[in-house]
Design a protein around this ligand. Structure first.
Ligand code: PLP
Length: 378
């Protein structure tokens, strides 16, 4: 192959993406009011969170400077891990440099080629990537289809009686905004002798006692083998974590490659998350969750069939319709991203409205009016 083949192929792929209205770019500045991020409680701008991160930079500098095992003992990282473990009702927790890198390190050190992963069909890319990297057999299920999950579990057990089975699901779906039927998933995985990795990226902070998430809300924490979360959404910082039994965390410290071989989270990100977590667990956190809930109810008074969480897909069908609608809202001072195929299945391109406690009722009303004024989709 000649060296100019690289650019030729890249150009072809640009052309195909433009033709299908799925070319992405970084050019769009945020409009006056944004419904595009996952800062569900508005903590990324909380004065105490900012101040604690600034103090941490003053004390430790801007970088953790090396991977955890090289950089040496770090009080702040240990403190956050203890706080996360206590929040999640688990023995221990372990931090990763991002939510994305968490399952990519964790899954391949739990299962391999003689095992099977049962992955929710529309799961986040990082769960797919971790699953693929593990080399385990991959079987898909739909998160609201529990007879379907039972069938796949039973057939996997029959075909591979000796292999381990890892079920992987999100508790609150990142694009559809619905909650998975966690009690059923847990019942079925227990019957099959499987483990469950539950990604609570979007539920952490927003539901359950002290905002501990969906499993905590349902009183099911003790039945989830691996609780995964991110610091980059309701916790207003960046980073990812898992919480589990002590021996499992010890195993990841030794074998999770994205933990072992990457620079650790900065102290400032860790401190910001610690401060945010303290707020989330306090009476102020409860107030923020109530405000978020009121905002969700206000939005749902215009969209009654929309999910009960903070994420609301507004169906547009095609990529071009979704893009057009998003651009139109932007002209009116509202950022609502177009989520297009291949991120979502063909024909289900949508606007993704993400609500936060920081939004005011007039901002939400402005959004619902603008959404209703959009021309009919093609
Ligand atoms: C379900 C889910 N898991 C994991 C991640 C990755 O987390 P992070 O953005 O903190 O890297 C995301 C990001 O959007 C997500 O939606």
């Amino acid at each position: 192959m000649r060296s100019d083949s690289f650019l030729a192929e890249i150009e072809t792929r640009h052309t195909h993406r433009r033709r299908d209205h799925r070319q992405r770019n970084l050019g769009n500045p945020l409009a006056q009011v944004s419904f595009s991020d996952n800062d569900y409680l508005g903590l990324s701008n909380h004065p105490l969170v900012i101040e604690s991160a600034q103090r941490s930079i003053g004390k430790y500098g801007t970088s953790a400077r090396a991977a955890r095992l090289l950089a040496g003992p770090c009080e702040e990282h240990n403190e956050l891990e203890s706080a996360l473990a206590s929040w999640k009702g688990a023995e221990r927790a372990l931090l990763f440099a991002s939510g994305y890198l968490t399952p990519i390190g964790v899954i391949p050190s739990l299962v391999g080629p003689s095992d099977t992963i049962l992955l929710e069909r529309q799961a986040h890319a990082c769960l797919f990537d971790g699953a693929k990297l593990s080399g385990a057999r991959l079987r898909l299920f739909s998160r609201q289809d529990m007879p379907g999950l039972e069938t796949v579990l039973n057939s996997t057990r029959k075909l591979h009686p000796k292999g381990k089975i890892l079920v992987v699901a999100e508790s609150l779906h990142s694009m559809d905004g619905d909650f998975a039927p966690l009690d059923e998933i847990i019942r079925l995985k227990q019957e099959a002798g499987a483990w469950l990795l539950l990604d609570e990226a979007h539920a952490g902070g927003i539901c359950g006692p002290q905002g501990a998430g969906r499993a905590a809300h349902l009183g099911l924490v003790g039945s989830v083998d691996v609780q995964m979360g991110t610091l980059g959404k309701a916790l207003g910082s960046s980073g990812g974590f898992v919480a589990s039994q002590g021996s499992v965390i010890e195993h990841w410290i030794n074998e999770a490659r994205t933990f072992l071989f990457g620079t650790a989270l900065s102290h400032a990100a860790v401190r910001a998350a610690l401060t945010a977590l303290n707020i989330i667990r306090s009476a102020e956190g409860e107030t923020l969750r109530n405000t978020l809930q009121k905002n969700i109810e206000l939005f749902r008074s215009s969209y009654p069939s929309s999910p009960s969480g903070p994420i609301h897909p507004i169906d547009q069908g095609t990529n071009s319709s979704a893009l057009f609608a998003s651009q139109r809202l932007h002209q009116q001072g509202l950022t609502v991203p177009a989520i297009r195929t291949p991120t979502v299945p063909p024909g289900s391109a949508r606007l993704r409205v993400s609500l936060s406690a920081r939004h005011t009722p007039p901002e939400i009303e402005r959004l619902t009016h603008a959404l209703h004024d959009l021309p009919p989709r093609d």
